[in-house]
Design a protein around this ligand. Structure first.
Ligand code: ATP
Length: 598
């Protein structure tokens, strides 16, 4: 296919306002791109309409900045045009495609025009889509000293053969500004329409391959059967499944049992391990195959972060034996292996230089919660419980080991008991993690989807200010800290008395729950110092406190309860902070609990 034809079609697609018509136009473009070249042109066109030069799964880029592109345009436009002129025009016109289209590149064409071709009508230089693709791959591959000049030369060579419309879309493609209104869904539907294959099968093929070009090629060459035969490949990243916000109550209503996991506060990683060490075609390998095999680590956005995270590479090297794709989180840890806040992981994540030094400052540890592929078998369509069993098997080096002894494994509980979930939540927070993930145990893995099958516990929208009226001395290493704080709210009488000017007395406070979670050792020490002067009496480990300190507390739900004197209980209470600006007289009331309950 001529690049001029692609440009014409792109212009028509850009001008088309209706979605269905856009799909139809893209479908026709794909059909017409079938040049009898084994589907190569179809693949390129399926990427270009979305403004992609490379498959979605690769982090490869052209590595060319706007100024190099302005320089190439200026050179192709003639001796009296400078890169500054191009930039000035861009400032005027506002869009690089229009700028590129505004020059006449014919004067520089020289030999290529002389060589003929029937492009005189459109002023183009007979460029074909595969030629553009080849040149852009060559441009991307240019590295080292002089590579920027080489890139500009290659781009100049292309612009020099462009008509106005070709130049418009080439410039946009190169600067990732295609924007002709064609999104992923449009291309997916267009592939279905063009090659008469069911859209769900196209969707599945896209999920496993992450490459619109390859899916278009296979759909054209081998139809539905070809698409169904496409599989995951170790070394080619998969889009991460995402979570929605949700509640424990909602999860237990929707599912017979909830899958419950700790939510780690780190950064998402996908580990690809192939002991055979076979490099994947076209991948931007940074870690070469070594004795340990091929190991790659990708970020949530499928960026190759292998070099930045040697601990994950070492983990794979030590613990894995069979080809696998694992989904997990990398968490920053202190010298005792205790988790550090998320910001610490970011210091490591995309680090390109001084990785060893950065590693000394902040160490990271991977935890895996899913297994997408093991030993030649794709598991995306298996239920979560099966995938988790495979994960356990992949990570377990010794069959005697209990799941909680398997290094790098995130545990999965299945339960319909809210109290058990509360305990798991408390343990997660106690261990310094973020809270809970709730997952439908029967759900398949849907790459790139933010569905209802994975839910992160909804952040607390409303918080309550509660008076701390009691506490318990901790156990073990926490024996010198007060913990498990009893929370109370004011009752209506307290409200009246306050307006009459008197202080709140303990009997005007009604208990509403206990909070033990969401508090680090450091914070507990601070709270103990704050509360100890207010100890009114002690009975064993139990302590009564004069009302003096107000905690801001999050929760998931307010339930009626015979356990507490207010008649209500906070479900999943968590410590948010001390309201040192508030007195007990400013704490929330039973009436507010009633109102919030609705
Ligand atoms: N056990 C777990 N299962 C799944 N994801 C987990 C787990 N533990 C931690 N996570 C992390 O939690 C993320 C989902 O939570 P959250 O939505 O807070 O992440 P985000 O990246 O801040 O935002 P979002 O994914 O909503 O854009 C996952 O992408 C993953 O990185």
């Amino acid at each position: 296919m001529e690049f001029a034809t692609f440009a014409d079609r792109a212009a028509a697609i850009e001008a088309e306002p209706a979605d269905l018509e856009t799909v139809a136009r893209v479908a026709t473009l794909l059909e017409d791109a079938a040049d009898g070249d084994g589907g190569r042109t179809v693949a390129v066109v399926a990427r270009y309409v979305q403004g992609r030069v490379f498959p979605a799964w690769t982090s490869r880029t052209l590595d060319i900045g706007p100024s190099a592109c302005y320089e190439a345009i200026a050179r192709a436009a003639g001796t009296n045009v400078s890169p500054d002129d191009v930039e000035d025009r861009l400032a005027e016109v506002g869009e690089i495609g229009d700028v590129a289209a505004s020059y006449d590149f014919g004067g520089q064409r020289g030999l290529s025009a002389f060589a003929g071709g029937d492009d005189s009508a459109n002023g183009g230089g007979g460029l074909t889509v595969p030629e553009v693709d080849e040149a852009l791959y060559e441009l991307a591959a240019a590295e080292g000293s002089g590579s920027q000049d080489r890139k500009v030369d290659l781009l100049f060579g292309l612009f020099n053969r462009c008509s106005s419309d070709e130049a418009r879309y080439l410039a946009r493609l190169v600067l990732s500004e295609m924007r002709i209104g064609v999104g992923e869904g449009t291309v997916r539907n267009a592939i279905g329409e063009a090659f008469d294959v069911p859209v769900e099968r196209v969707e599945r093929a896209l999920q496993v391959s992450n490459d619109y070009g390859e899916v278009a090629r296979v759909a054209r060459e081998d139809g539905r059967e070809g698409l169904d035969a496409m599989t995951l490949e170790v070394g080619r990243p998969v889009q991460a499944m995402l979570a929605q916000a949700g509640t424990v109550t909602g999860a237990l209503e929707d599912w017979d049992e909830a899958g419950v996991e700790w939510k780690y506060d780190g950064a998402r990683v996908q580990l690809h391990y192939d002991p055979g060490g076979v490099a994947i075609d076209g991948a931007d390998a940074t870690v070469a195959a070594d004795d340990a095999g091929e190991i790659r680590v990708f970020s949530r956005n499928m960026e190759d972060v292998t070099d930045a995270l040697p601990e994950v590479v070492e983990f794979a090297d030590e613990h894995l034996a069979e080809p696998a794709i694992l989904d997990g989180e990398v968490v920053a840890v202190d010298d005792d292996g205790e988790p550090l806040p998320f910001q610490e992981v970011l210091k490591r994540f995309r680090r390109k230089h001084d990785v060893a030094k950065a590693r000394e400052d902040v160490a990271v540890r991977p935890v895996f919660f899913d297994c997408l592929h093991a030993d030649g078998e794709d598991l995306l369509e298996e239920p979560l419980t099966t995938r988790h069993e495979r994960l356990e098997a992949v990570l377990r080096e010794d069959s005697e080991r209990e799941p909680d002894e398997v290094e790098g494994l995130s545990l999965l509980w299945r339960t319909d008991d809210p109290d058990e979930i509360e305990r798991i939540d408390a343990d997660a927070l106690e261990a310094g993690h973020e809270g809970l993930m709730l997952k439908d145990p029967d759900s398949t893995y849907s790459p790139g989807r933010r569905g209802k099958h994975w839910r992160k516990r909804k952040p607390d929208v409303e918080t309550l200010d509660c008076v701390v009226t009691g506490a318990e001395w901790g156990e073990g290493r926490r024996a010198t800290f007060l913990g498990t704080f009893e929370l109370s709210v004011r009752d209506g009488d307290g409200e009246k008395r306050r307006s009459a000017g008197s202080a709140v007395e303990p009997r005007n406070l009604e208990t509403v729950g206990k909070v033990a979670t969401g508090i680090t050792d450091e914070k507990l020490a601070e709270l103990t110092e704050l509360l100890e002067p207010h100890v009114a009496s002690e009975d064993g480990t139990r302590v009564e406190l004069e009302p003096a300190v107000v905690f801001e507390v999050g929760y998931e739900e307010i339930q009626t309860s015979p356990t507490y004197s207010s008649g209500y209980a906070l479900r999943f209470p968590r410590f948010v902070g001390v309201r040192s600006d508030k007195d007990p007289a400013d704490a929330d009331t039973v009436e507010r609990l009633e109102r919030l309950r609705g």
